[in-house]
Design a protein. Structure first.
Length: 133
């Protein structure tokens, strides 16, 4: 069975996220790549022998940008170079930013730039540790 298009994936496999993503390489290199909500926690990945930041870096290397979900429902851009992560984060393929913008999600295009939108604010990258929920 072949799916013509996958738009969104929730990845929460109790530490096996990196294995899942490696197994999904063909889809991640496809013409239309999915947005993802990914659990990224060292407490989960330790048993699998890797650090959670490897999940973030793996997707960043194939052209995804990372965002945290704020309490008000907004998306806040986060760096893919932090030393640790603890939470559920949104990964968006960069070539689909325009599509997400058309859905009412505006993405900051330059550091420090902030856009107001119906559901909140998206900010540029933080340079410190981030703990999200």
């Amino acid at each position: 069975m072949s799916w013509p298009r996958v738009d969104f994936i929730k990845v929460d496999v109790e530490g096996a996220e990196l294995s899942f993503l490696r197994g999904a390489r063909r889809m991640l290199r496809g013409d239309v790549r999915p947005a993802m909500l990914v659990e990224v926690q060292d407490v989960r990945t330790a048993a699998w022998g890797y650090e959670a930041r490897e999940i973030v870096r793996f997707l960043a290397e194939v052209g995804y940008s990372w965002f945290a979900l704020a309490d008000d429902g907004s998306l806040e851009s986060i760096s893919s170079e932090l030393s640790s992560y603890d939470g559920n984060f949104v990964a968006l393929p960069r070539e689909r930013f325009e599509e997400f913008s058309e859905m009412g999600i505006k993405l900051a295009s330059t550091p420090g730039e902030i856009f107001r939108q119906a559901h909140g604010v998206i900010r540029s990258c933080r340079e410190h540790e981030f703990v999200g929920g």
